[in-house]
Design a protein around this ligand. Sequence first.
Ligand SMILES: Cc1cc2nc3c(=O)[nH]c(=O)nc-3n(C[C@H](O)[C@H](O)[C@H](O)COP(=O)(O)O)c2cc1C
Length: 384
Amino acid sequence: MNNIESIRSLFYKFERPPFKAKNRFVRSATWLGGADDETGELSVAEIKRHSEIAAGGAGTLITGLAYISKEGKSFKREWGLHSDERINDVTMLSEEVHKYGSNLIVQLCHGGGQRDASLAGETVSFSPSGGIHPMCDFETRPLSSDDIRKVASDFAAAALRAKKGGADGVEIHGGHGFLLTQFLSPSINKRDDIYGGTFENRSRIFREILDEVRAAVGPDFSVWFKISMAEGTEGGYGAKEGTALSETLLERGADGIDVSCGTSYAGALNSPAVLGVSAGESEAPFREYSKEIKKYASDKQLVILTGGLRSLPVMAGLIEDGVCDLLAMSRPFIAEPDLINRWIEEDSRPTACISCNACFKTAKFGLIDCPILRDRNEGNWDPL
Ligand SMILES: Cc1cc2nc3c(=O)[nH]c(=O)nc-3n(C[C@H](O)[C@H](O)[C@H](O)COP(=O)(O)O)c2cc1C
């Protein structure tokens, strides 16, 4: 295939039954910071943001992280899928997203010891072995084995809610430093039972969650895991374990691995949202991990590459080279919800996103914003 043809093919229908998408582009999970703090209810503004991205051409949307239990909440104004009352949020989201022929994948998360300081005292905070977590300045309690069973059944119950609400699948957040990463981390997880010590033990909770979620949702509902291939800290786990974990999950029946890297506490250089990444040389920093994971995926399973994807020629090359099946972006869709349609309509220049991470800072104060998006909305943005 020449480059033009391989770029064009990114926009063609993609099928890996039961998964089908109108193209290869995915909106990567993005916390929007607009939900109700008391109830976890998604706001109308957040639903609108999803709708704009679907209308803008993305084939699949992964929601921002939703907490599976009150104690699993990580951020202020995070969406919750911890109770049946919230099924209606999924219904509204999936109706909006399906209207445009796109898929909806709901991301589920337990923050563990990674909690915003403002949540101190709201509910008890847990982590694998207690203490103070790098991204949380208050004490956490170690999870008992009953608590761990509850985490697995909370993931399963939330996944079932996503299914009942009409979503096309779920993504279990296993990366970026949240509870599951904390279990995998040899520097954070100091347990001396079957959940700590060896890699086999530190990764046990992932397998248990997969089994419970699968039992709850059945075989034809997509179950993906987002994995940070390396923790990015001194003493943390590296790519060997990130890859081995992904391989195990694929062998055990996960439908997809969303390849990411780094953690929130690893510093700017090892952050999943790489600062200043731009089209060309610095693009797709996690491609080698993804290429490795592809070796373990069957022709029914998906490898989704996330992180620093910015331009069509590079993305076409990734698919051509067999690095991944789907191409996920977060910050580009914050800046340009209609990015895919812009590309389809022949303005094929890279995303306008400059990966400045201003979006992160705004989400701490309310619904996420972006200087580029704001300029565009105010008519102050000259695309040329
Ligand atoms: C504002 C913001 C919120 C995010 N929220 C989530 C989230 O809820 N779940 C998640 O897995 N990743 C989240 N991420 C990380 C992205 O999904 C993605 O892994 C990372 O930004 C790299 O992709 P990009 O270079 O296309 O932005 C967030 C990133 C940003 C910038």
